[in-house]
Design a protein around this ligand. Structure first.
Ligand code: NAD
Length: 423
């Protein structure tokens, strides 16, 4: 793979492009298709005025990038964070295209974001920001065009406001315009836990491959938000021992296993301090937790947390990427030399978009499934996808990440060939 400078290594777009180029080359991809798929199809920048609670007018910058609509409507989350930038959103949009193709669901890829710190905004300000962002994108989103969902810093409430704003413009209720909504306004049972559940299903498959069992498997999770906390809860209930949790402001370690139910209760009471101060485990340095002895490491927070700087010190046997882009391309090579089994983001966290697909289907049908049906279908799709990726990796002699990219790129390229180029 191309050698990158440290600055390039930490740029998610470069990280995505390096893997894409390598996989495309391995596939012997047609040069024209290569050019089409390397760059997003559409990039939208909006400047969003919001009247703040103190009477000031503030202007926020937002993005929506649609990487591909070859296989269906664009699909992807909306991120609220001070670190959002166009290159990050581009990378995340491309990853969505590859992710939807890996699990073989009929969506393209998109991502959105607003540069803001949601922790510093009031509920009222967040609502105004979300509604105006949605209004600015009104002609670009829709059930058949582009379907947003929650991501870092956004949640079910954000999706409810987006759905309502879109519906007010259309003069009719359009539930299928976003996924990850509250259940009573068209959300799907099982969606909230789906990304975490998908992480567990992937870990289960890896254990099966290596003849390991849940009860003797020690897990460290980075990020205790939607993905991390649900993965920790489901895995702990299933018998895995969660020995460490790392958050941005502190970490926890307990060699005997952390009581996740007690921690969840503590976090919900602890307001903005999250997991810090929980007495059921020792306080630990979150950076040290990444390189602490364990069987499975689950980065479920953000990008660039496994880099050329710390990859050599990682002791986990398996890494299951709950977050998007947690591992840089340079770190991939180091992990491969150490024979760490990496379940790449575009497979590991695909449970979320798969359940979003079920939500979109249910909204369009007006018929809602039982939670057991959602979980059963999710498990079926993810197990099959895990098998596809591992099989591709073994037959093409590449690591799991490149195998997942190759599988995805070949599926999207095939669709474009069939559709032809409209000119
Ligand atoms: P979230 O905002 O609910 O949770 C993220 C958590 O990570 C927060 O608790 C935050 O404090 C913590 N965090 C942030 N930076 C950190 C750092 N440097 N070290 C330790 N902890 C840190 O977000 P989420 O929805 O759980 O998303 C997490 C990741 O998973 C993102 O990369 C997102 O793109 C990806 N993802 C989310 C979904 C989904 O369904 N929510 C689906 C697929 C992928």
């Amino acid at each position: 793979m191309k050698t990158l400078t440290l600055e390039q290594e930490l740029n998610p777009w470069e990280a995505q492009a390096a893997r894409f180029d390598f996989a495309a080359q391995k596939l012997n991809l047609d040069e024209g298709l290569w050019k089409i798929l390397r760059y997003p199809a559409r990039e939208i920048i909006v400047h969003i005025p919001v009247s703040m609670d103190d009477g000031r007018l503030e202007v926020f910058t937002g993005f929506r990038v649609q990487h591909s609509i070859a296989r269906g409507p664009a699909k992807g989350g909306v991120r609220y964070s001070p670190d959002v930038n166009l290159d990050e959103v581009r990378a995340l949009a491309s990853w969505m295209t590859w992710k939807c193709a890996v699990v073989n669901i009929p969506f393209g890829g998109a991502k959105g974001g607003i540069i803001c710190d949601p922790k510093k905004l009031t509920l009222g300000e967040l609502e105004k920001l979300t509604r105006r962002y949605t209004a600015e994108l009104i002609e670009f989103i829709g059930p058949e065009k582009d379907v947003p969902a929650p991501d870092m810093g956004t949640n079910e409430q954000t999706m409810a406001w987006m759905m309502d704003t879109f519906s007010m413009h259309m003069r009719q209720t359009v539930t299928a315009v976003v996924t990850g909504k509250p259940i009573n306004i068209g959300g799907s049972r099982g969606r909230r836990e789906a990304t975490g559940r998908g992480v567990m299903i992937n870990c289960d498959e890896a254990l099966r491959k290596f003849g390991m069992d849940r009860e003797r498997t020690k897990v460290i999770v980075q990020g205790f938000g939607n993905v991390g906390s649900n993965a920790a809860k489901l895995m702990s209930d299933a018998g895995y021992k969660i020995i460490g949790i790392a958050e941005y402001n502190g970490g926890l370690y307990n060699a005997k296993g952390i009581d996740i139910d007690a921690l969840l209760e503590f976090r919900d009471r602890n307001n903005k301090n999250g997991i810090v101060g929980f007495t059921g485990a020792e306080a630990a340095d979150p950076k040290e937790l990444m390189i602490t002895e364990c069987d499975i490491l689950i980065p479920a927070a953000t990008e660039n947390v496994i880099t050329s700087q710390n990859a050599a010190n990682i002791k986990a046997k398996i890494i299951c990427e709950g977050a998007n882009g947690p591992t840089t391309a340079a770190a991939d090579d180091i992990l491969a030399d150490k024979k760490v089994f990496v379940i790449p983001d575009i497979l590991a966290n695909a449970g979320g978009v798969t359940a979003s697909y079920f939500e979109w289907v249910q909204d369009r049908q007006g018929y809602f499934w039982k939670e057991s049906a959602v979980n059963e279908q999710l498990e079926f799709i993810l197990k099959e996808s895990f098998e596809d990726v591992v099989h591709f990796s073994e037959t093409h002699n590449v690591n799991n990440r490149i195998a997942a990219y190759m599988l995805a790129i070949s599926r999207v390229a095939h669709t474009i060939k069939l559709r032809g180029i409209y000119a």
